[in-house]
Design a protein around this ligand. Structure first.
Ligand SMILES: [Zn+2]
Length: 174
């Protein structure tokens, strides 16, 4: 009996993981009115980048208070304040990827909320270590399941198995 239940549960989990990978990822620039000229297309993995050493995302510039949009459909898995990131939101989206937004002025969602692509979830700011700098959203895409083939010899290159390049992802959708 117990063996049967374990087998059933493991099949259910595998099915759940596969379904997650098959979900379409309707990606949008996560800033209202945002254009592909609002970020530098080459700052992913740029170094030196302060305490982070390399830049594990992109910075999309916008006026303070501009609406932050969810880049894709998903569930808010974290909304809170971190030292470097300031006010941040993390959304778990399709394909088991986490979309992380930092330096916000404010957020209008709570942990556990379901959000859809293009939905307003907060406001652009310069909180955390962006204080005193032009307002922007730091955007990272992190895969929960590592893409081992992305590992390379750059600084902290092994972390590329988790951090995907949001610039490439966004530009391929435009
Ligand atoms: Zn950044």
């Amino acid at each position: 009996m117990a063996v049967k239940i374990i087998k059933y549960l493991s099949e259910l989990i595998i099915l759940f993981l596969i379904v997650g990978y098959m979900l379409p990822e309707p990606l949008v620039i996560p800033v209202k009115g945002g254009k592909d000229t609002d970020w530098n297309h080459k700052t992913f993995w740029y170094e030196p980048w302060g305490k982070s050493v390399v830049h594990k995302g992109i910075d999309i510039f916008a006026r303070k208070g501009t609406e932050l949009l969810s880049a894709t459909n998903g569930i808010v898995i974290y909304k809170g304040t971190l030292g470097i990131g300031g006010n941040v939101i993390a959304v778990l989206g399709p394909k088991w990827r986490i979309h992380y937004f930092a330096h916000l002025e404010s957020s209008s969602v709570e942990t556990g909320d379901f959000v859809s692509s293009s939905q307003s979830i907060g406001k652009i700011g310069n909180s955390g270590n962006a204080k005193g700098k032009p307002s922007h959203v730091h955007y990272s895409i992190i895969t929960i399941f590592p893409y081992l083939w992305r590992w390379d010899n750059s600084t902290q290159g092994w972390k590329k198995i988790f951090f995907l390049n949001p610039s490439n992802k966004l530009l391929s959708k435009i």
